[in-house]
Design a protein around this ligand. Structure first.
Ligand code: ATP
Ligand code: MG
Length: 433
Protein backbone atom coordinates (compact mmCIF):
# COMPACT_ATOMS: atom_id res chain seq x y z
CA UNK A 1 0.00 0.00 0.00
CA UNK A 2 1.17 3.52 -0.72
CA UNK A 3 2.29 5.60 2.24
CA UNK A 4 -0.57 7.46 3.88
CA UNK A 5 -0.58 11.21 3.39
CA UNK A 6 -1.99 13.66 5.90
CA UNK A 7 -2.65 17.38 6.03
CA UNK A 8 0.23 19.75 6.78
CA UNK A 9 0.77 20.33 10.49
CA UNK A 10 -1.32 23.22 11.79
CA UNK A 11 -3.57 23.18 8.72
CA UNK A 12 -7.01 21.67 9.16
CA UNK A 13 -9.74 20.15 7.05
CA UNK A 14 -13.18 21.53 7.81
CA UNK A 15 -15.63 18.68 7.28
CA UNK A 16 -19.26 18.08 8.25
CA UNK A 17 -20.64 18.53 10.85
CA UNK A 18 -18.24 21.43 11.67
CA UNK A 19 -18.49 22.92 8.18
CA UNK A 20 -22.18 23.68 8.81
CA UNK A 21 -21.12 25.90 11.71
CA UNK A 22 -18.75 27.76 9.42
CA UNK A 23 -21.47 28.32 6.83
CA UNK A 24 -23.83 29.55 9.51
CA UNK A 25 -21.24 32.03 10.81
CA UNK A 26 -20.40 33.19 7.28
CA UNK A 27 -24.08 33.84 6.52
CA UNK A 28 -24.48 35.95 9.64
CA UNK A 29 -21.34 37.91 8.78
CA UNK A 30 -22.50 38.60 5.23
CA UNK A 31 -25.92 39.74 6.38
CA UNK A 32 -24.39 42.10 8.91
CA UNK A 33 -21.97 43.56 6.37
CA UNK A 34 -24.84 44.32 4.00
CA UNK A 35 -26.63 46.07 6.81
CA UNK A 36 -23.67 48.43 7.26
CA UNK A 37 -22.98 48.87 3.53
CA UNK A 38 -19.71 46.91 3.32
CA UNK A 39 -19.05 45.09 0.04
CA UNK A 40 -17.04 41.99 -0.68
CA UNK A 41 -13.47 42.11 -2.01
CA UNK A 42 -11.62 38.91 -2.99
CA UNK A 43 -7.89 39.08 -3.48
CA UNK A 44 -5.37 36.32 -4.31
CA UNK A 45 -3.97 34.13 -1.55
CA UNK A 46 -0.46 34.56 -2.97
CA UNK A 47 1.04 38.06 -3.05
CA UNK A 48 4.51 39.46 -3.79
CA UNK A 49 6.64 39.06 -0.66
CA UNK A 50 7.55 42.75 -0.85
CA UNK A 51 3.92 43.71 -0.14
CA UNK A 52 4.14 42.31 3.39
CA UNK A 53 7.75 43.33 4.06
CA UNK A 54 6.93 46.93 3.15
CA UNK A 55 3.38 46.93 4.45
CA UNK A 56 3.74 45.21 7.81
CA UNK A 57 7.31 46.29 8.58
CA UNK A 58 10.52 44.28 8.61
CA UNK A 59 10.84 44.06 12.38
CA UNK A 60 7.52 42.32 13.13
CA UNK A 61 6.77 38.78 14.25
CA UNK A 62 5.02 38.02 10.97
CA UNK A 63 7.76 39.22 8.64
CA UNK A 64 10.66 38.04 10.80
CA UNK A 65 9.53 34.50 11.41
CA UNK A 66 6.00 33.58 10.38
CA UNK A 67 5.69 33.97 6.60
CA UNK A 68 5.44 31.13 4.11
CA UNK A 69 7.63 32.63 1.42
CA UNK A 70 9.01 30.91 -1.63
CA UNK A 71 10.48 31.56 -5.00
CA UNK A 72 8.37 30.79 -8.05
CA UNK A 73 10.49 28.12 -9.74
CA UNK A 74 9.39 29.20 -13.18
CA UNK A 75 10.19 32.90 -13.10
CA UNK A 76 12.10 33.53 -9.88
CA UNK A 77 9.43 35.84 -8.37
CA UNK A 78 9.48 36.12 -4.56
CA UNK A 79 6.02 35.16 -3.33
CA UNK A 80 4.27 34.74 0.04
CA UNK A 81 1.08 33.02 1.17
CA UNK A 82 -0.80 35.94 2.68
CA UNK A 83 -0.34 36.11 6.48
CA UNK A 84 -3.06 38.80 6.71
CA UNK A 85 -5.17 40.65 4.18
CA UNK A 86 -5.09 44.36 4.95
CA UNK A 87 -2.00 44.87 2.80
CA UNK A 88 -3.66 42.90 -0.02
CA UNK A 89 -6.84 44.98 0.21
CA UNK A 90 -4.83 48.20 -0.02
CA UNK A 91 -2.80 46.85 -2.94
CA UNK A 92 -6.03 45.95 -4.76
CA UNK A 93 -7.61 49.32 -3.96
CA UNK A 94 -4.58 51.07 -5.48
CA UNK A 95 -4.32 48.75 -8.45
CA UNK A 96 -7.96 49.26 -9.42
CA UNK A 97 -8.31 52.89 -8.23
CA UNK A 98 -11.19 51.77 -6.03
CA UNK A 99 -11.17 55.13 -4.23
CA UNK A 100 -11.54 57.24 -7.42
CA UNK A 101 -15.05 58.32 -6.45
CA UNK A 102 -14.68 58.40 -2.70
CA UNK A 103 -14.26 56.09 0.26
CA UNK A 104 -15.08 52.40 0.11
CA UNK A 105 -16.31 50.01 2.76
CA UNK A 106 -15.07 46.48 2.07
CA UNK A 107 -14.96 43.06 3.66
CA UNK A 108 -13.18 39.78 2.97
CA UNK A 109 -12.93 36.32 4.40
CA UNK A 110 -10.59 33.45 3.78
CA UNK A 111 -7.49 31.53 4.79
CA UNK A 112 -4.31 33.21 6.10
CA UNK A 113 -0.97 31.49 6.69
CA UNK A 114 1.54 31.97 9.50
CA UNK A 115 4.25 29.59 10.57
CA UNK A 116 3.44 29.57 14.29
CA UNK A 117 3.47 26.86 16.92
CA UNK A 118 0.08 25.14 16.51
CA UNK A 119 -2.07 25.08 19.65
CA UNK A 120 -5.67 25.76 20.60
CA UNK A 121 -6.75 28.92 18.74
CA UNK A 122 -3.46 29.16 16.85
CA UNK A 123 -2.97 27.40 13.53
CA UNK A 124 -0.73 27.69 10.50
CA UNK A 125 -3.64 27.99 8.14
CA UNK A 126 -6.41 29.91 9.84
CA UNK A 127 -9.31 32.00 8.64
CA UNK A 128 -9.95 35.66 9.06
CA UNK A 129 -12.99 37.76 8.37
CA UNK A 130 -12.01 41.38 7.92
CA UNK A 131 -13.77 44.71 7.47
CA UNK A 132 -11.92 47.72 6.06
CA UNK A 133 -13.13 51.28 5.57
CA UNK A 134 -10.83 52.94 3.01
CA UNK A 135 -10.61 56.66 2.32
CA UNK A 136 -12.27 57.86 5.54
CA UNK A 137 -10.32 59.84 8.13
CA UNK A 138 -12.65 59.04 11.03
CA UNK A 139 -13.21 58.83 13.89
CA UNK A 140 -16.82 58.08 12.90
CA UNK A 141 -15.88 55.05 10.77
CA UNK A 142 -13.54 53.87 13.56
CA UNK A 143 -16.56 53.85 15.86
CA UNK A 144 -18.78 52.30 13.18
CA UNK A 145 -16.40 49.36 12.80
CA UNK A 146 -16.22 48.79 16.54
CA UNK A 147 -19.99 49.00 16.95
CA UNK A 148 -20.41 46.64 13.99
CA UNK A 149 -18.26 44.07 15.81
CA UNK A 150 -20.38 44.52 18.95
CA UNK A 151 -23.49 43.90 16.82
CA UNK A 152 -21.88 40.70 15.61
CA UNK A 153 -21.33 39.42 19.16
CA UNK A 154 -24.97 40.21 19.87
CA UNK A 155 -26.19 38.50 16.67
CA UNK A 156 -24.22 35.39 17.62
CA UNK A 157 -25.34 35.56 21.24
CA UNK A 158 -21.76 35.79 22.49
CA UNK A 159 -21.04 37.34 25.87
CA UNK A 160 -17.92 38.10 27.86
CA UNK A 161 -16.04 39.82 25.02
CA UNK A 162 -14.30 42.96 26.21
CA UNK A 163 -13.06 45.89 24.18
CA UNK A 164 -9.65 47.45 24.69
CA UNK A 165 -8.66 50.61 22.86
CA UNK A 166 -5.60 52.82 22.56
CA UNK A 167 -4.18 55.50 20.34
CA UNK A 168 -0.80 55.17 18.65
CA UNK A 169 -0.83 58.81 17.55
CA UNK A 170 1.20 59.79 14.51
CA UNK A 171 4.74 58.76 13.47
CA UNK A 172 6.27 62.05 14.68
CA UNK A 173 4.71 61.60 18.12
CA UNK A 174 5.95 58.03 18.26
CA UNK A 175 9.46 59.32 17.57
CA UNK A 176 9.43 61.40 20.76
CA UNK A 177 8.08 58.46 22.75
CA UNK A 178 10.66 56.19 21.14
CA UNK A 179 13.55 58.13 22.72
CA UNK A 180 11.98 57.88 26.15
CA UNK A 181 11.20 54.21 25.65
CA UNK A 182 14.73 53.30 24.52
CA UNK A 183 16.24 55.15 27.49
CA UNK A 184 13.92 53.26 29.85
CA UNK A 185 14.57 49.87 28.28
CA UNK A 186 18.34 50.49 28.20
CA UNK A 187 18.22 51.16 31.92
CA UNK A 188 16.62 47.71 32.39
CA UNK A 189 18.49 45.86 29.69
CA UNK A 190 19.20 42.93 32.05
CA UNK A 191 15.44 42.17 32.13
CA UNK A 192 15.04 42.06 28.35
CA UNK A 193 14.82 38.75 26.51
CA UNK A 194 16.89 38.11 23.42
CA UNK A 195 14.20 39.25 21.00
CA UNK A 196 13.65 42.49 22.90
CA UNK A 197 17.36 43.24 22.91
CA UNK A 198 17.46 42.74 19.19
CA UNK A 199 14.51 45.11 18.73
CA UNK A 200 15.70 47.69 21.25
CA UNK A 201 16.96 50.05 18.57
CA UNK A 202 15.18 48.76 15.46
CA UNK A 203 11.61 48.68 16.78
CA UNK A 204 11.32 49.33 20.52
CA UNK A 205 7.54 49.89 20.37
CA UNK A 206 7.15 46.27 19.30
CA UNK A 207 8.69 45.21 22.63
CA UNK A 208 5.52 46.44 24.35
CA UNK A 209 3.65 43.74 22.40
CA UNK A 210 5.78 40.96 23.93
CA UNK A 211 4.05 37.76 25.00
CA UNK A 212 6.89 36.87 27.41
CA UNK A 213 5.31 36.72 30.90
CA UNK A 214 8.66 37.55 32.52
CA UNK A 215 8.65 40.96 30.85
CA UNK A 216 5.10 42.04 31.66
CA UNK A 217 5.97 44.13 34.73
CA UNK A 218 8.72 45.85 32.83
CA UNK A 219 6.52 46.81 29.88
CA UNK A 220 3.66 47.80 32.16
CA UNK A 221 5.86 50.45 33.77
CA UNK A 222 7.31 51.71 30.48
CA UNK A 223 6.78 55.32 29.33
CA UNK A 224 3.33 55.70 27.77
CA UNK A 225 2.83 56.69 24.19
CA UNK A 226 -0.41 58.38 25.26
CA UNK A 227 1.64 60.97 27.19
CA UNK A 228 3.39 61.99 23.97
CA UNK A 229 0.34 62.55 21.81
CA UNK A 230 -0.40 66.02 20.43
CA UNK A 231 -3.74 67.82 20.44
CA UNK A 232 -4.99 66.49 17.09
CA UNK A 233 -4.32 62.85 18.00
CA UNK A 234 -5.90 63.25 21.42
CA UNK A 235 -8.91 64.91 19.84
CA UNK A 236 -9.36 62.02 17.37
CA UNK A 237 -9.14 59.57 20.26
CA UNK A 238 -11.56 61.51 22.45
CA UNK A 239 -14.09 61.79 19.64
CA UNK A 240 -13.90 58.04 19.14
CA UNK A 241 -14.47 57.60 22.86
CA UNK A 242 -17.54 59.82 22.91
CA UNK A 243 -18.98 57.98 19.92
CA UNK A 244 -18.53 54.68 21.73
CA UNK A 245 -20.11 56.23 24.82
CA UNK A 246 -23.05 57.41 22.70
CA UNK A 247 -23.62 53.77 21.67
CA UNK A 248 -23.32 52.53 25.22
CA UNK A 249 -20.27 50.48 24.22
CA UNK A 250 -17.97 49.96 27.17
CA UNK A 251 -14.21 49.72 26.76
CA UNK A 252 -10.96 49.79 28.64
CA UNK A 253 -8.07 52.03 27.62
CA UNK A 254 -4.97 49.85 27.41
CA UNK A 255 -1.92 52.08 26.95
CA UNK A 256 0.18 49.00 26.15
CA UNK A 257 -1.92 47.98 23.19
CA UNK A 258 0.36 48.50 20.19
CA UNK A 259 -0.66 45.68 17.77
CA UNK A 260 1.68 43.50 15.79
CA UNK A 261 2.09 45.45 12.55
CA UNK A 262 3.91 48.71 11.90
CA UNK A 263 1.17 50.12 9.70
CA UNK A 264 -1.12 51.29 12.50
CA UNK A 265 -1.61 54.87 13.72
CA UNK A 266 -4.21 56.65 15.90
CA UNK A 267 -6.99 54.23 16.94
CA UNK A 268 -6.09 50.62 17.74
CA UNK A 269 -8.37 48.12 19.45
CA UNK A 270 -8.80 44.50 20.39
CA UNK A 271 -11.76 42.41 21.50
CA UNK A 272 -10.63 39.92 24.12
CA UNK A 273 -12.12 37.10 26.15
CA UNK A 274 -10.82 35.14 29.11
CA UNK A 275 -12.65 32.00 27.95
CA UNK A 276 -10.15 30.79 25.36
CA UNK A 277 -7.01 30.37 27.40
CA UNK A 278 -4.03 32.37 26.22
CA UNK A 279 -5.38 32.86 22.67
CA UNK A 280 -7.96 35.33 23.93
CA UNK A 281 -7.97 38.00 21.21
CA UNK A 282 -10.90 37.29 18.91
CA UNK A 283 -10.88 40.46 16.82
CA UNK A 284 -8.31 43.20 16.38
CA UNK A 285 -7.66 46.23 14.26
CA UNK A 286 -7.03 49.91 13.99
CA UNK A 287 -6.31 52.86 11.75
CA UNK A 288 -3.59 52.64 9.12
CA UNK A 289 -3.43 56.02 7.39
CA UNK A 290 0.15 55.49 6.21
CA UNK A 291 -0.22 52.14 4.46
CA UNK A 292 -1.31 53.40 1.04
CA UNK A 293 1.83 55.52 0.71
CA UNK A 294 4.03 52.84 2.23
CA UNK A 295 3.21 50.43 -0.57
CA UNK A 296 3.70 53.05 -3.25
CA UNK A 297 0.30 54.67 -3.68
CA UNK A 298 -1.37 58.01 -3.14
CA UNK A 299 -2.03 58.58 0.55
CA UNK A 300 -5.48 57.69 1.86
CA UNK A 301 -6.74 57.28 5.42
CA UNK A 302 -8.14 53.88 6.37
CA UNK A 303 -9.25 51.75 9.30
CA UNK A 304 -10.21 48.13 9.72
CA UNK A 305 -10.28 44.97 11.79
CA UNK A 306 -9.94 41.24 11.35
CA UNK A 307 -11.44 38.49 13.43
CA UNK A 308 -10.15 34.96 13.82
CA UNK A 309 -12.98 32.68 12.69
CA UNK A 310 -11.59 29.60 14.48
CA UNK A 311 -11.50 31.54 17.75
CA UNK A 312 -15.05 32.83 17.30
CA UNK A 313 -16.30 29.31 16.59
CA UNK A 314 -14.40 27.97 19.58
CA UNK A 315 -15.98 30.62 21.79
CA UNK A 316 -19.44 29.84 20.38
CA UNK A 317 -18.84 26.20 21.26
CA UNK A 318 -17.61 27.15 24.73
CA UNK A 319 -20.82 29.11 25.32
CA UNK A 320 -23.07 26.40 23.83
CA UNK A 321 -24.22 28.63 20.98
CA UNK A 322 -23.47 26.53 17.93
CA UNK A 323 -26.62 25.81 15.88
CA UNK A 324 -28.03 22.36 15.24
CA UNK A 325 -27.07 20.61 12.04
CA UNK A 326 -29.23 21.60 9.08
CA UNK A 327 -31.63 18.81 8.10
CA UNK A 328 -33.59 18.20 4.90
CA UNK A 329 -37.32 18.90 4.88
CA UNK A 330 -38.01 15.43 3.59
CA UNK A 331 -36.30 12.09 3.00
CA UNK A 332 -37.51 9.93 0.12
CA UNK A 333 -37.94 6.23 0.84
CA UNK A 334 -38.08 4.15 -2.35
CA UNK A 335 -38.69 0.42 -1.74
CA UNK A 336 -38.12 -0.72 -5.31
CA UNK A 337 -35.12 0.38 -7.39
CA UNK A 338 -37.23 -0.05 -10.54
CA UNK A 339 -39.29 2.99 -9.42
CA UNK A 340 -36.27 5.32 -9.19
CA UNK A 341 -36.65 6.72 -12.75
CA UNK A 342 -40.18 7.77 -11.83
CA UNK A 343 -39.31 9.09 -8.37
CA UNK A 344 -36.23 11.18 -9.13
CA UNK A 345 -38.04 13.67 -11.42
CA UNK A 346 -40.71 14.17 -8.74
CA UNK A 347 -38.03 14.98 -6.17
CA UNK A 348 -36.44 17.36 -8.62
CA UNK A 349 -39.75 19.18 -9.02
CA UNK A 350 -39.95 19.47 -5.25
CA UNK A 351 -36.47 20.96 -5.05
CA UNK A 352 -37.36 23.41 -7.80
CA UNK A 353 -40.21 24.48 -5.51
CA UNK A 354 -37.72 25.17 -2.72
CA UNK A 355 -38.12 21.97 -0.69
CA UNK A 356 -34.90 20.35 0.59
CA UNK A 357 -35.20 16.68 -0.23
CA UNK A 358 -32.72 13.89 0.17
CA UNK A 359 -33.33 10.64 -1.70
CA UNK A 360 -32.35 7.31 -0.28
CA UNK A 361 -29.41 6.16 -2.36
CA UNK A 362 -29.38 2.48 -3.18
CA UNK A 363 -26.52 0.08 -3.61
CA UNK A 364 -25.57 -1.99 -6.62
CA UNK A 365 -28.05 -4.66 -5.51
CA UNK A 366 -31.13 -2.58 -4.78
CA UNK A 367 -32.49 0.01 -2.36
CA UNK A 368 -32.17 -1.95 0.90
CA UNK A 369 -34.89 -2.93 3.35
CA UNK A 370 -37.63 -0.53 4.42
CA UNK A 371 -36.29 -0.77 7.93
CA UNK A 372 -32.83 0.39 6.95
CA UNK A 373 -34.29 3.14 4.77
CA UNK A 374 -36.38 4.45 7.67
CA UNK A 375 -33.33 4.36 9.89
CA UNK A 376 -31.49 6.54 7.39
CA UNK A 377 -34.52 8.81 7.06
CA UNK A 378 -34.58 9.32 10.79
CA UNK A 379 -30.83 9.88 11.04
CA UNK A 380 -31.02 12.53 8.31
CA UNK A 381 -33.01 14.72 10.69
CA UNK A 382 -35.74 15.20 8.07
CA UNK A 383 -39.16 16.22 9.34
CA UNK A 384 -40.98 14.03 6.83
CA UNK A 385 -40.49 10.78 5.03
CA UNK A 386 -41.96 10.54 1.53
CA UNK A 387 -42.72 6.90 0.86
CA UNK A 388 -42.86 5.98 -2.78
CA UNK A 389 -44.32 2.50 -2.19
CA UNK A 390 -45.83 0.27 -4.88
CA UNK A 391 -49.42 0.71 -3.68
CA UNK A 392 -49.12 4.47 -3.49
CA UNK A 393 -47.49 4.79 -6.89
CA UNK A 394 -50.21 2.61 -8.42
CA UNK A 395 -52.69 5.27 -7.21
CA UNK A 396 -50.49 8.06 -8.60
CA UNK A 397 -49.55 9.23 -5.13
CA UNK A 398 -46.90 9.21 -2.43
CA UNK A 399 -47.37 8.56 1.29
CA UNK A 400 -46.27 11.17 3.81
CA UNK A 401 -45.07 10.27 7.28
CA UNK A 402 -44.13 12.83 9.91
CA UNK A 403 -40.84 11.87 11.55
CA UNK A 404 -40.59 14.74 13.99
CA UNK A 405 -41.86 18.22 14.69
CA UNK A 406 -45.13 19.56 13.27
CA UNK A 407 -48.27 17.46 13.01
CA UNK A 408 -49.02 15.81 9.75
CA UNK A 409 -52.27 17.72 9.36
CA UNK A 410 -50.30 20.88 8.66
CA UNK A 411 -49.25 19.38 5.35
CA UNK A 412 -51.82 16.86 4.26
CA UNK A 413 -55.47 17.59 4.89
CA UNK A 414 -57.45 14.52 5.82
CA UNK A 415 -55.16 11.77 4.63
CA UNK A 416 -51.45 11.46 4.26
CA UNK A 417 -51.60 10.43 0.63
CA UNK A 418 -50.29 13.12 -1.68
CA UNK A 419 -51.19 13.03 -5.39
CA UNK A 420 -48.10 13.12 -7.63
CA UNK A 421 -49.74 15.53 -10.06
CA UNK A 422 -50.09 18.16 -7.37
CA UNK A 423 -46.45 18.45 -6.37
CA UNK A 424 -46.37 22.23 -6.43
CA UNK A 425 -49.37 22.39 -4.16
CA UNK A 426 -48.02 20.11 -1.46
CA UNK A 427 -44.45 21.50 -1.87
CA UNK A 428 -45.70 24.85 -0.63
CA UNK A 429 -47.12 23.18 2.47
CA UNK A 430 -44.05 21.04 3.07
CA UNK A 431 -41.90 24.16 2.95
CA UNK A 432 -44.13 26.05 5.30
CA UNK A 433 -44.58 23.25 7.85
P1 ATP B 1 -1.93 37.01 18.39
O1 ATP B 1 -1.52 38.11 19.29
O2 ATP B 1 -2.91 36.05 18.99
O3 ATP B 1 -0.79 36.33 17.70
P2 ATP B 1 -2.15 38.80 16.19
O4 ATP B 1 -2.03 40.13 16.79
O5 ATP B 1 -0.97 38.21 15.52
O6 ATP B 1 -2.76 37.75 17.24
P3 ATP B 1 -3.79 39.76 14.04
O7 ATP B 1 -2.74 39.72 13.03
O8 ATP B 1 -4.24 41.03 14.58
O9 ATP B 1 -3.40 38.76 15.22
O10 ATP B 1 -5.06 38.93 13.48
C1 ATP B 1 -6.40 39.22 13.87
C2 ATP B 1 -7.04 38.01 14.51
O11 ATP B 1 -6.78 36.83 13.77
C3 ATP B 1 -6.48 37.68 15.88
O12 ATP B 1 -7.07 38.48 16.85
C4 ATP B 1 -6.88 36.23 16.03
O13 ATP B 1 -8.24 36.13 16.42
C5 ATP B 1 -6.71 35.70 14.64
N1 ATP B 1 -5.41 35.02 14.49
C6 ATP B 1 -4.19 35.54 14.34
N2 ATP B 1 -3.26 34.60 14.20
C7 ATP B 1 -3.91 33.41 14.27
C8 ATP B 1 -3.50 32.04 14.18
N3 ATP B 1 -2.25 31.70 13.97
N4 ATP B 1 -4.46 31.08 14.31
C9 ATP B 1 -5.75 31.40 14.51
N5 ATP B 1 -6.19 32.67 14.59
C10 ATP B 1 -5.30 33.67 14.47
MG1 MG C 1 0.46 36.72 16.10
Amino acid sequence: MAEKLSAVKGMNDIAPPASAHWEWLEDILRTLMRRYGYRNLRTPIVEPTALFVRGLGEVTDIVEKEMYSFEDRLNGEQLTLRPENTAGVVRAALEHSLLYDGGKRLYYMGPMFRHERPQRGRYRQFHQFGAEALGFAGPDVDAELIVLACDLWAALGLTGIELEINSLGQPTERLAHRQALIAYLEAHVDQLDEEARRRLHSNPLRILDTKNPAMQDLVNAAPRLMDHLGAASLDHFNRLRSLLDAHGVSYRINPRLVRGMDYYNLSVFEFVTTQLGSQGTVCAGGRYDGLFEQIGGKAAPAVGWALGMERILELLKEQGLLPEQPAPDAYAVVPDAARVPQVMPVLRQLRQQGVNVQMHAGGADGMGSMKSQFKKADASGARFALIFGEQELEQGAVALKALRGPRLEAVAEAQSLLPLNAVADWAARLRGA
